[in-house]
Design a protein around this ligand. Structure first.
Ligand SMILES: O=P(O)(O)OC[C@H]1O[C@](O)(COP(=O)(O)O)[C@@H](O)[C@@H]1O
Ligand SMILES: [Mg+2]
Length: 271
């Protein structure tokens, strides 16, 4: 296998700090959920939203991580934080609110996501959905939801797979998204889209979904934690060509593993 989780001796210490930081940050976000918010748009167009709450949550998480591990690198979606995961050392990858459009509209599908990476690979993950109080975590052991172990599903028939194309907020990704949705409709069971990549990836880890697909590079904060959860839940995560996924890879196919090659064949642009 090319997509086993990387063992890391310090993953479990940092996992405890990741959970604490996700809960602290998530509580800040929950305080303002379903209140009147000013929604600003970022470089990628009107679906690329940010609010003052996203920035406040990121700040809270950075404080929490900085207190516990002051020498670690910290990557974050908002502001001028580092945007890529360093190839060496320990790094924290933070999406303060994944699903800001949902959050701002009062939809409960959004998550505060934190991954810990070691030498560029995710080794621990905490995805917290404050509005539903669901917490998904994995360090060096089982993936867990609210303390209970979870595993990926066992659907193997391509025609029965629920596939979530998780990209396409940027205007520049719309054509690729449309092709990916077409591929799902023609070659697999049905399409799901949540507006929160970490919710989709967490859903693959628990068997609620069978696969997540992107044919374009995604940001580390939208992917790293969920990929680690899926690997620890028994699934697979590769790039669009079927090679081991890591932050910076081209595309992402993350699945229950049962029909992974069929998914890669269908989405890989190289025939
Ligand atoms: O195609 P793009 O522009 O990379 O956007 C896709 C990303 O946007 C999101 O749906 C929303 O992310 P944010 O709410 O954190 O901005 C992610 O979950 C998803 O990965
Ligand atoms: Mg975000």
């Amino acid at each position: 296998m090319t997509d086993e989780p990387i063992p890391s001796a310090d993953a479990d210490d940092r996992l405890a700090a990741a959970v604490a930081a996700a809960e602290r940050g998530g509580a800040v976000a929950l305080d303002s959920f379903r209140s009147a918010l000013d929604v600003e748009t970022k470089a990628d167009g009107p679906m690329d939203a940010v609010t003052a709450v996203d920035r406040a949550v990121q700040e809270r998480i950075f404080e929490s991580v900085g207190d516990a591990y002051p020498d670690d690198a910290v990557v974050g979606e908002e502001g001028d934080a580092l945007k890529t995961v360093p190839d060496t050392g320990a790094a924290w990858v933070v999406d303060p609110i994944d699903g800001t459009v949902n959050y701002a509209k009062g939809n409960r599908v959004w998550m505060t996501s934190i991954a810990v990476c070691r030498d560029g690979e995710p080794v621990a993950a905490a995805n917290y959905a404050p509005a539903t109080d669901d917490l998904y975590v994995a360090g060096s052991g089982d993936a867990r939801r609210n303390g209970d172990p979870v595993t990926v599903g066992d659907t193997a028939d391509p025609n029965a797979l629920l596939v979530n194309p998780v990209f396409g907020v940027s205007a520049s990704h719309r054509r690729e998204l449309s092709k990916a949705v077409d591929t799902v409709c023609i070659e697999f069971g049905d399409v799901r889209r949540f507006g929160c990549a970490q919710a989709a990836l967490s859903g693959v880890a628990t068997g609620e979904l069978d696969a997540v697909a992107s044919t374009v590079e995604l940001n580390a904060w939208d992917t790293a934690a969920g990929v680690h959860l899926i690997r620890r839940a028994g699934g697979r995560a590769t790039d669009v060509h079927g090679d081991r996924w890591r932050p910076g890879s081209t595309g992402l196919i993350a699945s229950n593993g049962e029909a992974h090659d069929a998914l890669v064949d269908a989405f890989d642009p190289v025939e």
